[in-house]
Ligand binder design. Sequence first.
Ligand SMILES: Cc1cc2nc3c(=O)[nH]c(=O)nc-3n(C[C@H](O)[C@H](O)[C@H](O)COP(=O)(O)OP(=O)(O)OC[C@H]3O[C@@H](n4cnc5c(N)ncnc54)[C@H](O)[C@@H]3O)c2cc1C
Length: 232
Amino acid sequence: MSSNYRFGLAPLTWDFIRAVRGGTAIFTMPAGPIKYGGAPQKIAHLAADSRRRQCLLDTIRVILVLPTPAILSQPDWAKVLTRVTVGHGIEVHYNSHLVEVDGESRRAVILDNAPGTRETTDYELLHAPPTQSAPDWLMGVPLADPASPYGYPAADQHTLQSTRRPDVFALGDVANLPTSKTGAAIRKQAPVVATNLLAPRRGEPLPAHYDGHTSCPLATAHNRMLLAEFDY
Ligand SMILES: Cc1cc2nc3c(=O)[nH]c(=O)nc-3n(C[C@H](O)[C@H](O)[C@H](O)COP(=O)(O)OP(=O)(O)OC[C@H]3O[C@@H](n4cnc5c(N)ncnc54)[C@H](O)[C@@H]3O)c2cc1C
């Protein structure tokens, strides 16, 4: 069992992928907004590609467990990625969650929300990123978005000004914005925050607007990548 969301474990994930010779490899995505939502899928694609290159298509089953009804929220990219998963022979379980793991006997329980059924699967490899939230110190303070159970600060999605306190701005992964949490998004958010921080000091309205731009580079094979860019 591994998770690329812990820096030191990422090389281990790859060692596991290369070592598996049979059985089931499960890749899960947690519910709620997470850092770079492409990462839990990317590693499933790379594992499926590795399986093909090692001629282990018939011996390894690759399962991708997603909490959402589609592979990606943006419909055009969702279509492309669905094709990729079909090509890789990845079994996708939509609206589903990893709810139990028995590490010793290598057994995972997957809940399918639609019918409400639980399936227990033996695994050889499990890649399971954790559910994520704002740091504890932020979760309880009035900056947190009351509409978000994850404690991320509320901000206007265009000006990035806190909707709770006008002298505060939010950007980066911690901001509760309806876009993907990526470094690419921050590159566009930072100049907006810098400009909008200074304007009120001159008594001017907030002039800069963020359009939700984000970018997800998704490796789909050892030699292929999909660069999905989108905005609000
Ligand atoms: C596996 C993975 C793959 C990714 N791939 C991509 C990609 O391909 N492209 C892309 O654009 N983005 C990618 N990202 C996302 C990108 O890394 C993040 O969007 C970006 O790092 C977020 O920056 P941030 O400064 O908002 O937050 P963070 O990088 O989380 O930085 C916040 C910092 O604040 C510190 N901190 C917290 N509380 C305190 C405190 N009380 N006092 C002092 N310091 C504190 C934390 O320790 C941390 O260092 C990936 C992320 C992951 C996890």
